[in-house]
Design a protein around this ligand. Structure first.
Ligand SMILES: CC(C)(COP(=O)(O)OP(=O)(O)OC[C@H]1O[C@@H](n2cnc3c(N)ncnc32)[C@H](O)[C@@H]1OP(=O)(O)O)[C@@H](O)C(=O)NCCC(=O)NCCS
Length: 173
C-alpha cells in the first residue's frame, strides 16, 4: 500500500481499510460530538458503503490521528464527482498541518483516479487554500438545510464544473 509523507514529515497517509473503521468512529465522536449524524455529509452518505477507495486515514506510528471520507456522488444523475466530508483531526493535534496534508493527499488521489469534481460543505476561509470555491449561484443542491454559499467545489480537470448542475445524491453502490 502506498504511503505519503509530504507536508507533515511524521504523518503516514493511506487509503482507509475496514479495520480502521472503529478508530475513525471514535475520532468522529471526539471531533464532532453527538450532533455529527445531522451533518449534511452524513445525510448524503446514508445507506452507502462505510468506506470507498477514495477515503484516507493518517497515522502517527500506530495511532490514527486524522481521517477523511469521500463519497462517490452523482449530480443530476451524472457520475464523476466526490463529496468530501467529514474530515477530522484528533482534537489534541489540531493545527499541526495534518488536516492540510490529508486533504491534499485525498485530492491528488481523486485526480489520479480520474474523478472530475470534489464537492463539500464548508468554510471557504479554510478550503480556499486547496482551490475550492463557491458553487453559487444555486448550481448544486444537497439534501437538508445547507447555506448555498458553503457548497464549495474543486475542479479536478479543466472546466469540469461545466458538466455538473443539479441535485447531489450518493452513487448507487
Ligand atoms: C478543520 C480541521 C480538519 C483542520 O485540520 P488541522 O490539522 O487542525 O488544520 P491544519 O493544521 O492543516 O491547518 C491549520 C490552518 O487552518 C485554519 N483553520 C482550521 N479550521 C478552520 C476553519 N474551520 N475555518 C477557517 N480556517 C480554519 C487554521 O486557522 C490554520 O490556518 P493557518 O495555516 O493560516 O495558520 C480540524 O481542525 C478538525 O478536525 N476540526 C474539527 C472537525 C471539523 O470542523 N471538520 C471540518 C468539517 S467536516
Amino acid at each position: 500500500m502506498t504511503m505519503t509523507r509530504a507536508l507533515a514529515p511524521n504523518l503516514a497517509i493511506r487509503a482507509v481499510e475496514p479495520s480502521d473503521l472503529p478508530a475513525i468512529s471514535a475520532l468522529h465522536k471526539a471531533a464532532f460530538g453527538p450532533g455529527r449524524f445531522a451533518r449534511t455529509a452524513y445525510r448524503v452518505r446514508e445507506g452507502t458503503a462505510e468506506t470507498t477507495p477514495h477515503c484516507r486515514a493518517a497515522f502517527l506510528g500506530d495511532r490514527l490521528v486524522a481521517a477523511l471520507r469521500m463519497t462517490e456522488v452523482t449530480v443530476a444523475g451524472r457520475p464523476g464527482a466526490l463529496l468530501l466530508g467529514p474530515v477530522a483531526v484528533a482534537p489534541d493535534l489540531k493545527g499541526n498541518g495534518y488536516g492540510r496534508a490529508l486533504i491534499k493527499s485525498a485530492i491528488d488521489a481523486a485526480r489520479g483516479a480520474g474523478k472530475s469534481l470534489v464537492v463539500l460543505v464548508g468554510d471557504v476561509s479554510y478550503y480556499g487554500r486547496f482551490g475550492f470555491a463557491s458553487a453559487l449561484p444555486n448550481r448544486l443542491s444537497l439534501p437538508g438545510p445547507v447555506d448555498p454559499a458553503r457548497i464549495l467545489v474543486l475542479e479536478l480537470q479543466p472546466e469540469s464544473l461545466a458538466g455538473f448542475a443539479g441535485p447531489i445524491t450518493a452513487s448507487p453502490s
